[in-house]
Design a protein around this ligand. Structure first.
Ligand code: E4P
Length: 218
């Protein structure tokens, strides 16, 4: 299972890359706005900082302009994945860009039907948003289960399921149980994965018992 980090904060990306847990990065226009940095320059910097795919989202809503934006974004670096919204125009752009060999991440997926369309359009990744469905009182993880089941029925679907809008460790574990390919999560959610109160308590006890021995390994 691959982990992507959902942020446009280059310092966070660099720091978390050192954990060896990061296989890629996702950004969106809101995260770019939060960074306060010029979009194209920031994507170039992120692409240099990581070896895996870096999603950079188009902002046009018509297919021809999305395709032009996508080509410009893809020219930044080989590891750019152009992100397009799951709309009719977005899927036209997905097909054109994918056919030309560009990685495409189809984002804002909220139904299994939409995920089928993304696969048929040749998307490299489809991003179902679990947290935003949960926020509406719906079951985001049930959508992941549906998409995993459907894609498993069609070996010619090569689209990877990129679970997005992740709020915490339970989403990651549930997505892993379903067999999702990738989870993208904010830096704080990734850090939560390392943590357990019994780990902290156990370590404290081991360290204090060790101190009483008066020994040192080095
Ligand atoms: C995914 O690519 C999106 O950038 C992201 O996961 C959205 O998450 P949010 O619902 O927390 O904004």
């Amino acid at each position: 299972m691959k982990f992507f980090i959902d942020t446009a904060d280059l310092d966070e990306i660099t720091a978390l890359t050192e954990t060896g847990m990061i296989n890629g990065v996702t950004t969106n226009p809101s995260l770019i706005a939060k960074s306060g940095r010029p979009f194209l320059e920031l994507i170039a910097d992120i692409c240099q900082a990581v070896t895996g795919p870096v999603s950079a989202e188009v902002t046009a809503i018509d297919a021809p302009t999305m395709i032009n934006e996508g080509r410009k974004l893809a020219a930044i670096a080989e590891n750019v994945a152009v992100k397009v919204p799951l709309t009719e125009d977005g899927l036209i752009a997905c097909k054109t860009l994918s056919d030309a060999g560009t990685m495409v991440n189809v984002t804002l997926c909220f139904s299994a039907a939409q995920a089928i369309l993304a696969a048929k359009a040749g998307a490299t990744f489809v991003s179902p948003f679990v947290g935003r469905l949960d926020d509406l009182g719906q079951d985001g993880i049930a959508l992941i289960e549906d998409i995993c089941d459907i894609y498993a029925n069609f070996p010619n679907f090569t689209t990877e399921i990129l679970v997005a809008s992740v709020r915490g460790p339970q989403h990651v574990v549930d997505a892993a149980k379903m067999g999702a390919d990738i989870v993208t999560m904010p830096p704080d959610a990734l850090r939560q994965l390392f943590q357990h109160p019994l780990t902290d308590k156990g370590l404290q006890a081991f360290l204090s018992d060790w101190a009483r021995t008066g020994q040192s390994i080095l």
